[in-house]
Design a protein around this ligand. Structure first.
Ligand code: GUN
Length: 301
C-alpha cells in the first residue's frame, strides 16, 4: 500500500509546536514578526504571500505585508527593505520571488539583513549552510527534510535523486541531505534539464525529489518499486474548473503512486511544510535577535 504523505497534517503539527514557542516568547514580552514584501502582479505569488500571512496569524506571529507596484523602481524596493532592516519590531523579512525583470534579484537578496533573512537566501546564510553551520535553512528544502523524518525515512546511506538545481530548492536540499549528521548522510545526484538520461537516475534512487516547475515531468515509468517520491512542483495547468486551471506537481501522481512506497500529493504535500518552516525561521530569528533561547520543534538544525 502506497503511503500518501499528508503535508497538511505534518505542517500543522509543527505549527502547533511553534504556537507554544511563540507563547513562551510572550513571557518575555516579545512577539515575533514577519514582513512579507510583494512586488508582482502574479496571481500565484499573491496567493502564496496571503497564505504566509494567514499562517502568521494562526501561530501568533505578527504579520506585516507590504505591496509595491510591479513597475516601481528597484530603489523603491530597496528603501522598503532598508526600513524593515532597521525596524527593531521586524524579525523576519521575505521578498516574494520572482521579482520583476528590471529588478536585480541577487541585489535584493543581499540587501536583506542576514539576521532577518528567514528565506535563507542571503549569501552569508547560503555559505553557512554549505559549510555546515546553518543559521536559516531555506524553507522548502527544510520542509522536505522534516517530511522525510516525520515518516521515519532516514536519508543516511540512501541514494537520492533531486531533479532541479534551483537556488531555492535543488541546491540547498543537496547540501542538507549530504550534510554529516541527523537528516543527512545521503548520496545525492542533482539532475537538471541537461541530464542525459533522467529516468535512469530516478529509477536508481531510493528517494526522488522533483523540483523543476515542469508539470508531470516524472511518471511511473521513471520510478522504481518502493521509492519515496517528494513532489515540490506546484504548476497551474488549464482545466475546466471554476478558476480555469488546476494545480499539478512535477510528478504524474496517478502513475507514480502505483510504484512509490510513499508519495506527496499536490496540493497538500510540500507546500504546507514550506510555510511551517518559514514560521520556524521567523521564531528562530526572533530568539537570535532578542538573545532568548527559544525551544523549536525538533530536530533543530
Ligand atoms: N517564490 C517561490 N518560493 C519562494 C520562497 O521560498 N521564498 C520566496 N521569497 N519566494 C519564493
Amino acid at each position: 500500500m502506497t503511503q500518501i504523505i499528508d503535508g497538511n497534517e505534518i505542517g500543522d503539527r509543527i505549527k502547533n509546536e511553534l504556537t507554544e514557542s511563540v507563547a513562551a516568547l510572550s513571557d518575555s514580552e516579545v512577539t515575533p514578526s514577519l514582513a512579507t514584501v510583494l512586488m508582482s502582479d502574479d496571481d500565484a505569488s499573491e496567493t502564496y504571500v496571503s497564505m504566509k500571512q494567514r499562517a502568521c496569524d494562526a501561530v501568533g506571529v505578527n504579520g506585516i505585508h507590504i505591496e509595491i507596484d510591479a513597475d516601481s523602481s528597484q530603489e523603491e524596493l530597496f528603501e522598503h527593505i532598508d526600513t524593515l532592516n532597521s525596524d527593531p519590531d521586524v524579525n523576519g523579512i521575505l521578498v516574494q520571488m520572482p521579482v520583476p525583470d528590471h529588478v536585480d534579484k541577487q541585489a535584493v537578496l543581499q540587501r536583506i539583513d542576514p539576521m532577518k533573512d528567514v528565506d535563507g537566501f542571503h549569501p552569508e546564510n547560503v555559505g553557512r549552510l554549505v559549510s555546515g553551520t546553518p543559521r536559516f535553512v531555506p524553507c522548502t528544502p527544510h520542509g522536505v527534510q522534516k517530511l522525510l523524518s516525520a515518516i521515519d525515512v532516514d536519508p543516511e546511506g540512501k541514494d537520492v535523486a533531486i531533479v532541479g538545481r534551483s537556488n531555492i530548492v535543488g541546491k540547498p536540499l543537496a547540501n542538507l541531505l549530504t550534510q554529516k549528521g541527523p537528516g543527512g548522510n545521503a548520496t545525492v545526484t542533482v539532475c537538471h534539464s541537461r541530464t542525459s538520461d533522467l529516468g535512469e537516475k530516478t529509477r536508481d534512487a531510493d528517494i526522488v525529489v522533483a523540483a523543476t516547475g515542469v508539470p508531470n515531468l516524472i511518471d511511473g515509468s521513471m520510478i522504481s518499486e518502493g521509492t519515496v517520491v517528494i513532489d515540490v512542483g506546484v504548476n497551474r495547468v488549464d482545466a475546466a474548473t471554476e478558476k480555469g486551471y488546476e494545480l499539478v506537481g512535477d510528478v504524474e501522481f496517478d502513475s507514480a503512486k502505483e510504484k512509490a512506497g510513499a508519495i506527496t500529493p499536490v496540493p497538500g504535500g510540500v507546500g504546507p511544510m514550506t510555510i511551517s518552516m518559514l514560521l520556524y525561521n521567523t521564531v528562530k530569528a526572533t530568539g537570535l535577535q532578542e538573545g532568548i533561547e527559544v525551544e523549536l520543534p525538533e530536530p533543530t538544525l
